[in-house]
Structure formats: structure tokens, C-alpha cells
Design a protein around this ligand. Structure first.
Ligand SMILES: Nc1ncnc2c1ncn2[C@@H]1O[C@H](COP(=O)(O)OP(=O)(O)OP(=O)(O)O)[C@@H](O)[C@H]1O
Ligand SMILES: [Mg+2]
Length: 640
């Protein structure tokens, strides 16, 4: 065995750097956070060769006193906390007093600063750390109030680390991502990023709602903002606000997800879980939602000192936080109405398509093949449609559209189960009459968001005209959602029916799971589950929700317990129940090839407008798409 030595200052710092400084992007993160903590309002980042050769961050923050400069570079030196109690409620981004010491141990770092206040010195000072013990060397310099940190030749003295770096392009794109994440945390701050002397971004301070949305669009792409809704909710000392994507704007990767806790970007299992639960019922299988969300709460309720890079946090009342996040998002998603999708800047659906996103496919619309058909009617030939006025012919529909959701079945419901494939001459006549009426003007009548039906296409799609364009509805998908939501409401209004098991099932579990089953009786009972602990590591299931009598009870209980252990609650029973209802709804919904009358189609459109989550079928596929007149004009090269 070797004898014990004290590590040199530099080596100790290099070891610490292993945790925090993984690549150039991590340096940028630490330095930007320092500048923000110093109250900077303008931040400029210069990068050369992917940040390996040079990283320079300039800020106009409070600056550092000459006497403190040397200290700033040493380990365990911070101005942000003084005693243990401060750790309980951290308001700054940094607090470990380690970043600069770590970075300067694996690079050639210099920091030039001039304090804004309390300094009699007119000059700025520059500090560098030298040698094994990293003694600080101070030299006078010229610099306006604020701080500039230069990091050259990252990992020059730790070749092993250097080997792990990727190409210049990749490293730069990581820096870019870090900057974007931080830029979204502080709308009031100006950010500029340059790479190899080329300006990449310049984000001006955003103070109004529109400017903030513009910054989000710059960072996340305009399609995200067009296809998202802004939400804001406050309760029990917690506040959540930001942008969440419409379920139709889902992604194959979980890459467009930004979550901030008191201004700090984090990735947290609890948060991901709550968001996933909220989207459960509307997202196509295996897709990921996109969001930029800000969560604010008393700092005393968040422990940020759980991970060296501070990417994770721990909530003191995790269950409360989970429930608040879930319920806020769940409500917001349920409330999305057709008009939210239509009101965005130009058509949302096309934005999705143009982005080249693979969105869940249904059978193709085949609009192209049927264009000639449209051309034959005058209504489509000119400005008549553009006026978008409601026609007298539909006036009789008022009763159907005004009818409250809960009362009775819509007219199309009568068609369940029957199927009429062939084209019915009466229906065609009715449709032609409707076309005729389209030119009539009734200025008083407001056109609903999804417009009025004009025809049914091949027994699959409903074509409708609204104020500014064409709506195409997949009638089976839409009806399926409506039936499903109706069944869910019915189910929720009744108490969850439970059923005792004739032959109780015993399950071997871990001690912590058994403890959980014992201590969380109430939560479990609210889910319709009655579990009894019969031994240290053994449970007996005595009762389950009746709707799940054919489910794999053992698996269900295991999953529920692991959820309750991890998040304090479980949506699994609800999820299983919803799955069953969804299957039932699918079988109970109007099938393709059903000939619907115009009033039936209009009734369906009106129901879609008032049904929660009606933009997606139960499997998360879109139920309708929209083409504005402007888009149609483009297709026909009109006005060009
Ligand atoms: N850009 C800056 N402007 C003003 N002061 C700065 C700046 N950068 C660093 N400092 C000062 O130097 C100190 C050390 O910075 P360092 O990043 O090493 O630690 P920290 O930010 O306190 O904690 P952490 O290690 O968690 O980042 C800070 O506490 C702060 O007082
Ligand atoms: Mg710091």
C-alpha cells in the first residue's frame, strides 16, 4: 500500500472538475449562470473551434472587487451562501463555490472584472491561476463595469477528457443548446452568441407577451409556438406558466422539453412523469409532447443541492407538486378547442407538415384526386367561398348546435351499427342543395370554428366550410373521441365500482412495497384497491375496481405500488379504465362508409367543438385538418 499524500490544489480541483466540467457546453453553462447571478442584463458569448480553443463570456453585471478576484478562483469560495441555513432556500443559480476553480484547473482561464459599486479603483483587474497550487496572479487591465471570463485550451492538461470530445460542430451545437435553455429562463436579458467570429444568435430583451413568444419561436422554432397554447395557473403557493404543444404537434424524441424551477432548468423524473400522465389520453403511442414551462414556488420547498451540475432537484412535497403539475396540464389539454388551433398564425396543421415531422398517419386524404370534383361547383370557383358567410340553408341547424352536450344523443348517433356503403342519390341531392345555399348570405349568423358541413367524402371524411377555409374531419375518429369522453364522464360521476375477489390473490412484494401498501391505504382505496399485508413481504389483494376484473391483477398492483412509492399517487387504475373505455368507444362509434346527412354532420361538428380533447381520436391521431383559403390559393397559384 502507498503512503498517504495530500493532493495538490490543482489535482483536487481537477478531480472536482470531473463532475461539473464535461465539455465546453458545461463551461458555458457555469459562466452564464455566474453572470446572471451577478445581475447581468447583457451577455455575449464568443466561441472558437467548438469552444475547445476559446470560450469568452462578457457581462455587464456587478463585477468583482480586486480583493475578491483571487478568492473567486479558489475552491469553496462563494458570495452566494454563508451558512447552512442559506442552503435551505437558494435563490441564486450557483452556490457551491466550485465552478471557477474546477474550470481553471483544466484550462487556461483568465477573469477580468471591474466592480460596479464600492470600488475606488478606476481600473479593472485581471486574474489567472498558476502552478500546482493555483496561486492567483493579478494584473491591471482595461474593462468596463462587469466581468469577462476567457477560457482557452480546455482540457489541455487532461488529455483523457479531451479524447471524449466530439467534433467541433457537435460541441458547438451543445453550447448553442445550453445558451437557448438559459435564454429561455431570462426573457429580460440580452444574449448574443458568436462562433468563429460569426454571429449565430442575438436575442434582444423580451418584455411583452409577443416578444416573449418570439423568443420562444426563435429557440424552439416557429411551428412550436403556432402549435401550442399558453397556460397559466396558480394554486397553493405554486405557479405554472408557459407553452405546451397541442397533442397533434408531438415529436419522436423528447427533445423539445424545457422545464424551469424558479428560473433553473432541470430534468426531473417527477416532472416528466406528471407531464406524461397529462398527455396520456391524447398523445399517439410513443410520441413525446413539446413544452416550455416555468414552475415557481417557495425556494424552501426545493432542494437544489442534490446533483453537482444542479440538473436535478428534490421537492420537499413531491406529491403536491406532482399533482399540481398534472392537474394544471391535464385541464389545459382538455380545454383545447378547435379555435385554439385555428387562431394561431397561419394554419397550424400545415406548419406541422412543413416541418417534415412524421405525424401519426391515417389513410391519406387524397384531396388531390378529387380536385376536379370541387371545380365543378361554382362555389369553389371564386370569391363566394372567401366571404365565408353562413347560409340560410343551415339556419335550421341552430337547434342542433345550441343543444347542450349532455342532453340526449346527437342525430348521427342513430346510425350506430348500420352500414351503408353505396352512394345514396338522396344524400347527393341534399349535398347539392347545400352547395347551392352556400352563396346565400346571412350576415348575422356567426360561423362556428369548425364551420358548417358541405359534403361527405367517400363515406370517410366530412368537408366543412368555416370563416376562412376548409375543414376536413375524419368522422370515425372524431365520433370515437366524443363517445369516449362521454363514457369517461359517466364513469367518473358514478363512484368507482369495486368488486371483492372471491379468491383473494396473494403477491410477494418487497418490504418497502408492503410498507407502502400499509401506509397508503387511503390512496389505494380511492383507486378501488384493497390490499392487506399478511407478512413482512407479502400482500393479499381483496378487492379491485370491477371494470378491471379481467386485467392482470398482480401486474396492476405491482405497477400501482411502484407509482405510489415513487410519485405518491398512481394514474394506473385510471389509465387501465380509460383503455377499456377507449376500446369500447371505438366499437361504439360511427363507422366509415356511413352515409351521414348534412344535419348529422353539423351535429357532429358542434359536438366536437364542445368536447374535451376532441382534436385527437382516442389513439392520439388528429380528428380534423384545416386548409385556409390562402393555402388553397397557393395550391392553385392564385394571386401570384
Ligand atoms: N460573472 C461574474 N460576475 C460577478 N461575480 C462573479 C462572476 N463569476 C463569478 N463571480 C464570483 O465568483 C464566485 C465564485 O464563482 P463560482 O462559479 O466558482 O462559484 P459559485 O457561483 O458561487 O457556485 P457554483 O460552483 O455553484 O457555481 C461567485 O460566488 C461570485 O461571487
Ligand atoms: Mg457559479
Amino acid at each position: 500500500m502507498n503512503r498517504i499524500n495530500l493532493l495538490s490544489q490543482r489535482l483536487a480541483n481537477q478531480i472536482a472538475a470531473g463532475e461539473v466540467v464535461e465539455r465546453p457546453a458545461s463551461v458555458v453553462k457555469e459562466l452564464l449562470e455566474n453572470s446572471l447571478d451577478a445581475g447581468a442584463t447583457r451577455l455575449e458569448v464568443d466561441v472558437e473551434q467548438g469552444g475547445v480553443k476559446l470560450l469568452r463570456i462578457r457581462d455587464d453585471g456587478a463585477g468583482i472587487h480586486k480583493e475578491d478576484l483571487a478568492l473567486a478562483l479558489s475552491r469553496h469560495a462563494t458570495s452566494k451562501i454563508v451558512e447552512l441555513d442559506d442552503l435551505e432556500a437558494i435563490a441564486s443559480l450557483g452556490f457551491r463555490g466550485e465552478a471557477l476553480a474546477s474550470i481553471s484547473s483544466v484550462s487556461r482561464l483568465s477573469m477580468t472584472s471591474r466592480a460596479r459599486e464600492g470600488s475606488d479603483e478606476e481600473t479593472a483587474w485581471c486574474v489567472e491561476a498558476e502552478g500546482q497550487e493555483m496561486e492567483a496572479r493579478l494584473t491591471p487591465a482595461a474593462h468596463p463595469a462587469g466581468t469577462t471570463v476567457e477560457v482557452r485550451d480546455l482540457f489541455f492538461n487532461t488529455p483523457a477528457r479531451r479524447k471524449f470530445l466530439k467534433t467541433e460542430k457537435t460541441e458547438f451545437s451543445r453550447i448553442d443548446e445550453v445558451l437557448k435553455r438559459i435564454a429561455l429562463s431570462r426573457f429580460d436579458v440580452m444574449f448574443a452568441l458568436n462562433h468563429n467570429q460569426r454571429a449565430i444568435h442575438k436575442l434582444l430583451p423580451a418584455t411583452t407577451e409577443t416578444e416573449r413568444a418570439r423568443r420562444v419561436a426563435l429557440v424552439c422554432g416557429p411551428a412550436f409556438v403556432e402549435n401550442s397554447v399558453f397556460i397559466e395557473r396558480e394554486a397553493a403557493g405554486m405557479r405554472l406558466w408557459g407553452w405546451v404543444s397541442l397533442p397533434t404537434f408531438s415529436r419522436s424524441q423528447a427533445d423539445l422539453q424545457y422545464f424551469y424551477v424558479n428560473g433553473r432548468i432541470i430534468r426531473d423524473k417527477l416532472v416528466t412523469h406528471a407531464v406524461k400522465q397529462a398527455y396520456r389520453d391524447v398523445l399517439f403511442h410513443g410520441r413525446h409532447p413539446a413544452y416550455v414551462l416555468y414552475f415557481e414556488m417557495d425556494p424552501a420547498g426545493v432542494d437544489v443541492n442534490v446533483h453537482p451540475t444542479k440538473h436535478e432537484v428534490r421537492f420537499r412535497h413531491s406529491r403536491l407538486v406532482h399533482d399540481f403539475l398534472f392537474s394544471s396540464l391535464h385541464k389545459a389539454l382538455a380545454a383545447i378547442q378547435p379555435q385554439d388551433r385555428l387562431s394561431g398564425a397561419e394554419p397550424s396543421t400545415s406548419a406541422v407538415f412543413e416541418q417534415g415531422q412524421e405525424i401519426p398517419q391515417q389513410s391519406s386524404l387524397g384531396l388531390a384526386e378529387h380536385r376536379q370534383g370541387f371545380g365543378q361547383t361554382d362555389a369553389w370557383a371564386g370569391g363566394a367561398v372567401a366571404q365565408g358567410n353562413q347560409t340560410a340553408g343551415f339556419a335550421g341547424e341552430g337547434a342542433a348546435s345550441d343543444r347542450p352536450f349532455s342532453s340526449g344523443q346527437p342525430r348521427y348517433a342513430g346510425n350506430f351499427g348500420t352500414s351503408g356503403g353505396a352512394i345514396n342519390p338522396n344524400a347527393v341531392r341534399e349535398q347539392l342543395a347545400a352547395y347551392g345555399n352556400l352563396n346565400e348570405i346571412d350576415g348575422d349568423r356567426e360561423v362556428p370554428p369548425l364551420g358548417f358541413a358541405i359534403a361527405q367524402l367517400h363515406g370517410i371524411y366530412i368537408l366543412a366550410q368555416n370563416k376562412d377555409g376548409l375543414i376536413v374531419v375524419d368522422m370515425h375518429a372524431a365520433h370515437e373521441r366524443i363517445t369516449y369522453e362521454r363514457m369517461k364522464t359517466a364513469c367518473q360521476n358514478e363512484e368507482l365500482k369495486t368488486q371483492p375477489l372471491l379468491v383473494p390473490i396473494s403477491i410477494a412484494v418487497s418490504r418497502s412495497e408492503a410498507d407502502c401498501a400499509e401506509s397508503q391505504q387511503q390512496v389505494l382505496q380511492s383507486l378501488g384497491l384493497m390490499l392487506e399485508r399478511v407478512a413482512d413481504e407479502s400482500l393479499v389483494v381483496r378487492q379491485i375496481p370491477s371494470i378491471l376484473r379481467n386485467a392482470d391483477v398482480e401486474q396492476l398492483v405491482r405497477d400501482v405500488l411502484s407509482d405510489v412509492l415513487e410519485y405518491g399517487s398512481s394514474e394506473r387504475v385510471q389509465a387501465h379504465q380509460d383503455e377499456l373505455l377507449s376500446t369500447m368507444a371505438c366499437h361504439g362509434s360511427v363507422r366509415a362508409n356511413r352515409q351521414l346527412s348534412i344535419p348529422e354532420m353539423n351535429a357532429l361538428l358542434r359536438d366536437m367543438e364542445i368536447t374535451e380533447r376532441s382534436g385527437q381520436c382516442n389513439h392520439g391521431r388528429p380528428t380534423w385538418v384545416y386548409q385556409s383559403l390562402a393555402q388553397l390559393d397557393k395550391l392553385f397559384l392564385r394571386g401570384q
